[in-house]
Design a protein around this ligand. Structure first.
Ligand code: GLC
Length: 735
């Protein structure tokens, strides 16, 4: 009897607590379904509160020189979001407290920031990350960035940037994952997973933001903020591919782009923002405009004034206005004029609130405050950054086994503007990365080689300019050394936003330095740190070896030193083609072939046809021998799968890691298709002499179909090829 009573009492208590709890507003009830909480809250909000939820202002010192915006005088407690330029969680919590306690409904603010390749533990730029062909490692690195950002007051990062780009004059190639749609999709998804974790409301998850939606990489002439002539065919075949993959992976938000998409700017484009994103892909998060992008619709000639710009952007499908305050200043009038419906406002507000609820901001609005030593640059975080730096580096050339440096090397000349540089190894968009955190190339070498090797340091020249006064010292240092490492490259500000360059060659002074040192007759190793493919046609013949290190982040020095010493066997392969010269742009692996492919027809008269290095190029200290690719069948029906295998042997005498890139080709189709299309890749480590089989299971509809100009996929019968390494194997698809 006693037991029954205690059960009844327990049940009664639970019932009371739920009722009590339920007596408060539903939107504050953390046990209520999110959609019920949204509905309840929207029903309680007044017009001012709804409009402010659709606006993002800034807090803290704006560090982006490209974004000149008036500093927000006072932050309203009802603001929807802030770009948080500070790294102080305490100040962030003070602002949040104002929203939670001084506003009528206590709606938390969403704090966003550009965490692109690390927050404080900065790892390689995205273009370099893709050269690692290691998405799992990129997920780990993104998770480090998310944790550091979350502990610094940031709930939302404006990343990953997944704009396919084929024009290296464009500074923002540094921020994406290269020229291939599939590669951008795989690494975009890997980054979203790292940021958002298993659940958006996990303690260290932040909301991702896919950008810049869409086809920003097609910006005419590689210049920023420009017209992009993008056919619907290209839109679907190339530029939308990474976005669809990342939306399906659950990315919480997107950012609309600056560029014009064949006459309709990305930030006022109903086809991309509503028809595709919301109606077809069913995205239920929200879209934020890029900085001032709504206001810029006036300059793009599609809005007469700010009010019309706001109407066009909102009607097209941009829910949140980043910093130009157009929505805040014009929505009341637009609603009064019945140009914007309350239903559409409520829908937009619901999307913003949905992300906030999913992040858990209503129930846990405040950042956890821990000491900086626990927040940033932990040994585990740096280990991940170092691995990714090493795996992103690409051995472009290695004649006469110049690398790794052998035991006969007793003196190394370390020359060039990047030799001791720290700041530029961070690259563009380095969030709260600090120059003092970076290990320079020189420091990495000293740590790696210790006293076993004498390093003769001489700068030789600056990044640009005409000052050759340092040449003599560089020559002297080289003459007394066994090998010379010439560390060249770009300043971090030469890539990133609004950093387009008319030439992708390095400044003349850097090339002259190499020519001078070539005359010493010493073996030359070129180390390149840059944010885009470079024009190396004059430098390549002068170098015995070349290593592309990109902008590798805080651990770049030791990552490179490990490659130079042979502790690490380089495994990187290019995620973007290096044209022979600027004039050869655009040249990318998945072009259509010339209608007259023989004898170099359809190419330039004055330069060779081939680029210097194709997408996928990268050497190792060992050799990998490929067996004959074997198909599970030479003929399949459309509904059947086909497996292709290739055995790879490490035929050298050191352990190495090989990435096998699998392509398909469809030589006769209803529409012309690229010469080849990457559809799968796999990376494996092999000890010397070991062999392993790499497999690719072809799913015809996924891997062989083509898409038309409205996004419909078609799979046709006929001959196809699968390409791997230097092999091209035919098979047939039947009904
Ligand atoms: C910039 C960039 C965008 C960035 C945003 C906020 O103009 O285009 O990538 O996320 O503004 O800083």
């Amino acid at each position: 009897m006693k037991k029954i009573t205690s059960i009844l009492v327990l049940f009664f208590c639970i019932q009371i607590s739920y009722t009590t709890q339920a007596s408060g507003p539903v939107y504050k009830d953390k046990n209520a379904p999110i959609e019920s909480r949204i509905k309840d809250l929207v029903s309680k909000m007044n017009l001012d509160e709804k409009i402010l939820q659709l606006n993002q202002y800034t807090a803290g010192l704006n560090t982006n020189a490209n974004n000149i915006g008036e500093a927000v005088k006072a932050i309203p407690a009802e603001i929807g979001s802030l770009i948080y330029f500070s790294a102080d969680p305490v100040w962030r919590n003070q602002i949040q407290k104002k929203a939670m306690e001084e506003s009528r409904l206590g709606i938390p603010i969403l704090f966003g920031f550009d965490v692109i390749h690390g927050y404080r533990t900065v790892y390689p730029i995205s273009l370099g990350q893709a050269c690692s062909w290691d998405p799992a490692l990129v997920t780990e690195a993104a998770a480090v960035a998310a944790r550091e950002a979350k502990l610094s007051g940031v709930d939302w990062t404006f990343s990953p940037m997944i704009d396919v780009a084929r024009d290296p004059r464009w500074g923002r190639v540094a921020e994406g994952y290269g020229e291939d749609p599939y590669t951008n999709a795989v690494f975009g998804v890997a980054t979203v997973k790292g940021y958002q974790g298993k659940n958006l409301n996990d303690p260290y998850s932040v909301a991702a933001c896919l950008k810049h939606f869409v086809a920003y990489g097609m910006s005419e002439g590689g210049r920023d903020y420009r017209y992009s002539d993008v056919s619907r065919q290209s839109l679907w075949e190339t530029y939308l591919v990474p976005y669809e993959a990342c939306v399906k992976a659950g990315a919480a938000t997107l950012m609309s782009s600056f560029n014009d998409i064949s006459g309709v700017p990305g930030s006022a484009n109903p086809y991309t923002l509503t028809e595709i994103l919301k109606k077809r892909w069913k995205h239920d998060g929200f879209v934020v405009s890029d900085w001032d992008a709504i206001n810029q619709l006036i300059n793009q000639g599609v809005a007469a004034d700010r009010k019309e710009a706001g109407l066009k952007a909102f009607t097209a499908g941009v829910e949140m206005d980043m910093t130009d305050q157009i929505y805040a200043q014009n929505f009341k009038q637009l609603i009064a004029e019945k140009k914007i419906s309350m239903a559409k406002v409520d829908e937009a507000v619901s999307r913003v609130l949905r992300v906030k609820f999913r992040l858990g901001l209503f129930d846990k609005p405040y950042s956890t405050v821990v000491d900086e030593s626990q927040r940033y640059l932990t040994p585990e975080s740096k280990a991940i950054a170092q691995r990714l730096s090493a795996e992103s580096m690409v051995l472009l050339k290695n004649e006469k086994n110049t690398l790794p440096l052998n035991s006969g090397v007793k003196q190394i000349a370390l020359i060039g503007p990047m030799a001791t540089d720290k700041e530029n190894l961070l690259g563009a968009w380095s969030a709260n990365g600090k120059e003092s955190d970076v290990e320079s190339i020189s420091e990495g070498l000293n740590k790696e080689f210790g006293t076993s090797v004498k390093i003769n340091l001489a700068k030789g020249c600056g990044f640009d300019g005409r000052d050759e006064s340092g040449f003599a010292e560089a020559i002297a240092a080289t003459q007394k050394s066994d090998v010379v490492l010439i560390c060249l490259g770009e300043k971090r500000g030469w890539s990133g936003e609004n950093a387009s360059r008319s030439s992708i060659a390095l400044p003349v002074i850097q090339e002259k330095l190499v020519q001078e040192l070539r005359n010493t007759g010493k073996p030359i190793v070129l180390i390149l740190s840059n944010g885009r493919p470079l024009e190396l046609v004059r430098l390549e013949p002068l170098a015995d070896a070349m290593v592309e290190i990109w902008q590798p982040g805080v651990c770049g020095g030791s990552a490179l030193a490990g490659i130079l010493s042979g502790r690490t066997n380089p495994s990187g392969k290019l995620s973007m083609t290096f044209p022979l010269s600027t004039g050869q742009i655009p040249t990318y692996y998945d072009m259509r072939q010339s209608a007259r492919p023989t004898g170099g027809q359809g190419n330039y008269q004055d330069i060779p046809t081939e680029p210097l290095y194709w997408f996928g190029h990268g050497l190792s200290y060992t050799t990998f021998t490929y067996g004959t690719a074997k198909l599970s069948a030479t003929k399949i029906k459309k509904t059947e799968k086909l497996t292709v295998e290739v055995e790879v042997t490490n035929s050298g005498n050191v352990k190495g890691t090989e990435t096998v890139l699998w392509y398909i080709s469809d030589p006769a189709c209803s529409i012309s298709r690229p010469m080849k299309e990457l559809k799968f890749f796999e990376k494996k480590e092999l000890t010397a002499g070991a062999k392993t089989t790499f497999k690719f299971e072809i799913d015809p509809m996924r891997d062989l179909s083509f898409v038309d100009s409205d996004g419909k996929h078609f799979l046709e019968t006929g001959d196809f090829y699968v390409l791997v390494n230097k092999q091209k194997v035919k098979f047939e698809v039947t009904e």
